[in-house]
Design a protein around this ligand. Structure first.
Ligand code: PGA
Length: 251
């Protein structure tokens, strides 16, 4: 089964419009036609300009969050339809920083996921365990619960559009990474959870990314594993040269 391979940069709360467009121009010159897809999750304010700048390239622009409702009196929120309108093609949902700092729960993320799919915006669903959960031996039960509750009620035809990003929280921004072998086993476990609920065909067709302190020196080790179909990159996605080295991991 040939799964889509996707490397996503997550800029978090960094970069102005000018910085974003300069980045897209530089990056596109450094990543000639790749078999892996390149996604950039940029701040809301830079989506429109970055998407226009990326239109003639193979880079797709997306958002890092969105509202769970379609429109209404929700001061400060941004709806999926508005993101699409601005040029976003995907959205990161349930990042651990959203879960931790903004109290997002699996059921809330599930509502956002369904909303994104309704609006034809591809979701990247983030899951991952804390250090305490890992040390208590709870990684698998935590991931299973996150997967089943966040994906609850999705039809097969929609599920195959979802990208899963496994990001152990202790590896995010810390310089520590899980070994490629450990991540491979965890991805295979996630696939087995999905297979049990939705069937093996769906599970085998889903892209599962790894995230957490990915850098040029470790990108290839992850990408060579059979169940690691992509990467979600935070700090190393802020510099176009460094990020291009991750995208060009085979060189
Ligand atoms: P990091 O962040 O690459 O800086 O560890 C990853 C993420 O938060 O998605």
């Amino acid at each position: 089964m040939q799964r889509e391979r996707v490397i996503t940069g997550n800029w978090k709360m960094y970069k102005t419009i000018d910085e974003a467009t300069q980045f897209v121009t530089t990056l596109s010159s450094l990543i000639p036609e790749k078999e892996v897809k390149v996604y950039l999750a940029v701040p809301f304010t830079a989506i429109h300009a970055a998407a226009e700048c990326a239109a003639a390239t193979n880079i797709l622009i997306g958002a890092q969050n969105m509202s769970d409702v379609s429109e209404g009196a929700f001061t400060g929120e941004v709806a999926a339809r508005m993101l699409k309108d601005a040029g976003a093609q995907f959205v990161i949902l349930g990042h651990s920083e959203r879960r931790l700092f903004f109290q997002e729960t699996n059921s809330f993320i599930n509502k956002k996921l369904k909303r994104a799919l309704d609006e034809n915006l591809q979701p990247i669903l983030c899951i991952g365990e804390t250090l305490e959960e890992k040390e208590a031996g709870d990684t698998e039960s935590v991931l299973k619960e996150q997967l089943l509750e966040s994906l609850e009620g999705l039809q097969d035809s929609n599920l195959v559009k979802v990208i899963i990003a496994y990001e152990p929280i202790w590896a995010i921004g810390t310089g520590k990474t899980a070994s490629a072998e450990v991540v491979q086993n965890i991805h295979a476990f996630c696939r087995s959870v999905i297979a049990r609920e939705w069937g093996d065909d769906v599970a085998q067709s889903m892209t599962i990314q790894y995230g957490g302190s990915v850098k040029p020196s470790n990108a290839a080790s992850f990408m060579l594993e059979p169940d690691i179909d992509g990467l979600l990159v935070g700090s190393a996605s802020l510099d176009p040269i460094v990020f291009s080295q991750i995208v060009n991991y085979q060189n």
